[in-house]
Design a protein around this ligand. Structure first.
Ligand SMILES: *Cc1c(COP(=O)(O)O)cnc(C)c1O
Length: 396
């Protein structure tokens, strides 16, 4: 099928929810994607932090194939071996004394986190506590309640009325001001994925964790984007040396197979029928996630992941120093990185030019170029990507 025919079919039959770029990819290998003409692109975006072990990963593909031939799905009414093993692996690798619920996406994982907070608020305290504090520039998903949890007002048009019980703080320092007798939880990202990639200050987060513990308010960390070694540790929470009450994660967990997970210290918060999912935690997605965690654990333990992070970051810092009139700042954590550009107009042109030079880079916030490469990206792939970005900059 020609790209033009495919584009027309897409426009005719698929709802227009995305400002699509009509590149027609047909194959991928490592950090490279190939279009239908055989042209290669360097992928610094991994389907928005999803393809954590790169494209065409043989170990992952083999695990998925083998599982698909045996069992894909049986429902949560029966034992699911890879689900139990995955839960154990997440708990063991994180070092957190928790239990896990499996969903199918980041928003769904956050829905579960919100239900945990609501039930916690109902049973702990004299009056029912139900309010959850989130941040102004946060992003927590696109279901009705996670949209309301998302602090960016521009996302709230058209879709009200929303469920009650979300209040927004300007920044971390403003959170204590928003606490009231009905607050049950604080939900936040440690590095805001859609909000500009700036990691919050470590000691400020630790102070907040301490305060919330004193007030018996849950600390819920949205690690949908920052989780699964993207930060350099299994969770950014590990890097911040905090023990959250709830962690939600999703994107990179199964390398592209849809999955979401919620981990909580409140091991007995739910009773049967409080929550559930038809697809969540099925054989296929949990087997894929087990393989991804195995691959990434090896990458971390061998020291390769830390070297990749250092090399990628060095390349970004060099770029920032070489073009200070374009890039005002290099920021981020692990392989969740950003270059802050002078303004949003310049960012638009930069992203357009890098795409023309066949490098995929994302946007975050108003003026940040976001880099989320495969955690297995090689030096050769990094070098090639940055050499193309340098070409792109010459045309700005
Ligand atoms: C992507 C993202 C979500 C939503 O995940 P979906 O799988 O798209 O529902 C929620 N929170 C954060 C921090 C995200 O980056």
């Amino acid at each position: 099928m020609t790209t033009q025919d495919l584009k027309q079919m897409d426009l005719d039959y698929v709802l227009h929810t995305y400002a699509r770029n009509y590149i027609h990819f047909v194959k991928g290998s490592g950090a490279r994607l190939f279009d239908n003409k055989g042209k290669d692109y360097i992928d610094f975006s991994t389907g928005i932090a999803v393809c954590s072990v790169g494209h065409g990963n043989e170990r992952l593909a083999n695990a998925i194939c083998k599982q698909a031939m045996e069992l894909i799905h049986i429902s949560n009414l029966y034992l699911i071996e890879p689900q139990a093993k995955l839960a154990k692996e997440l708990v063991t690798q994180s070092g957190y004394d928790m239990r896990v619920f499996f969903a199918n996406s980041g928003a769904e994982a956050n829905e579960c986190a919100i239900k945990i907070a609501r039930k916690f608020g109902e049973v702990n305290g004299k009056t029912k506590r139900y309010q959850i504090i989130t941040l102004d520039s946060s992003f927590h998903g696109r279901t009705i309640s996670t949209l309301k949890a998302t602090g960016q007002d521009k996302m709230h048009h058209h879709f009200g009325p929303f469920p009650d019980g979300f209040v927004y703080a300007k920044d971390i320092a403003d959170i204590p001001n928003k606490i009231s007798e009905v607050t049950c939880a604080v939900l936040l990202e440690l590095v805001q994925g859609e909000g500009g990639i700036t990691p919050f200050n470590k000691s400020e987060i630790q102070e907040l964790a301490k305060l919330l513990k004193e007030k018996n308010i849950l600390l819920m960390i949205d690690e949908v984007q920052s989780g699964i070694y993207r930060s350099g540790e299994l969770f950014a929470s590990n890097y911040y040396e905090i023990t959250p009450d709830v962690i939600s994660t999703a994107k990179g967990l199964a390398g592209g197979v849809p999955i979401g997970a919620v981990m909580t210290r409140l091991k007995d918060i739910f009773s049967p029928s409080d929550h559930g999912s038809t697809f969540g935690g099925n054989f296929l997605s949990t087997r894929a996630a087990l393989e991804v965690l195995e691959i990434l654990k090896e990458e971390k333990q061998s020291g390769r992941l830390d070297k990749t992070i250092a090399y990628f970051t060095q390349n970004l810092q060099d770029l920032q120093k070489a073009y200070p009139e374009i890039f005002i700042q290099e920021i981020g954590l692990g392989l969740m990185r950003g270059l802050r550009l002078k303004d949003s107009e310049l960012l638009t042109i930069f992203l357009q030019k890098t795409c023309e030079k066949r490098v995929l880079v994302l946007k975050s916030g108003k003026n940040t170029a976001r880099f989320l490469p495969s955690l297995l990206i090689t030096r050769e792939e990094i070098d090639e990507g940055f050499s193309r970005i340098n070409e792109a900059i010459k045309e700005l």
